[in-house]
Ligand binder design. Structure first.
Ligand code: OGA
Ligand code: MN
Length: 207
């Protein structure tokens, strides 16, 4: 399979979300939420970083994640209901997505968890699956990007490695949503040259 690159607007109509997830294991949508909401979330994410409230992300689940900066270099802050109007609004969009995926795919998605993520210049996240040995409930990964004016030379693409070979690079352009199967799609964040903002989240099934 040839390499695919999302560097601008998606010109051809893609398959439906359910089709994409089932057939290819991934899906990308532009303008997933209103532009004004993306802008508010970007401001909140950046403020959170500036105020020193974000924590270095670790590996594994639970409250004592193992810090491994050679594998993962982002800073995170978990989204919680009531954190802000913008977060509450985003959580509503994700609830609608959860319900529509359940309607089409019978994945039994029951919960959603997400965090803001900031990758400082030079940061990356090595190839991994979004499932922990001690927690395999994460089923669909959904990442929303919050960066204006992202250029190819800024790097920081999400690189997917589908099982049929090749790779897919998705630039972290504001309003773009990337979705993939958490336990099957090997993926990584390539080193970024510019501060990179996003919300990474997971639709989870029952234990
Ligand atoms: C993650 C992750 C991808 C991205 O947080 O687990 O793989 O594009 N993020 O930010
Ligand atoms: Mn991941």
């Amino acid at each position: 399979m040839p390499a695919i690159s999302f560097d601008g607007a998606l010109a051809v109509p893609g398959p439906s979300i359910a089709d994409g997830l089932c057939r290819a294991g991934w899906y990308v949508q532009e303008q997933f939420i209103p532009a004004e909401l993306s802008r508010q979330l970007a401001v909140e994410c950046e403020q959170s970083m500036l105020s020193g409230k974000m924590k270095s992300a670790g590996l594994g689940s639970g409250h004592a994640p193992l810090l491994q900066p050679d594998i993962r270099g982002d800073h995170i802050a978990w989204l919680e209901a009531g954190r802000s109007t913008a977060c509450d609004s985003y959580l509503k969009h994700m609830e609608a997505l959860r319900q529509s995926l359940n309607g089409e795919l019978f994945l039994g998605l029951e919960e959603y968890e997400s965090h803001f993520a900031v990758y400082a210049p030079g940061a990356f996240y090595r190839a991994h699956l979004d499932r922990f040995r001690d927690d395999d409930k994460r089923t669909v990964s959904v990442v929303l990007y919050l960066n204006d004016d992202w250029l190819p030379e800024h790097g920081g693409a999400l690189r997917l490695h589908p099982q049929d070979g090749g790779h897919v690079d998705i630039a972290p352009v504001v309003g773009r949503m990337a979705m993939f199967l958490s336990g099957e799609m090997l993926h990584e964040v390539l080193p970024t040259a510019r501060q990179r903002l996003s919300i990474a989240g997971w639709l989870r099934r029952r234990a």
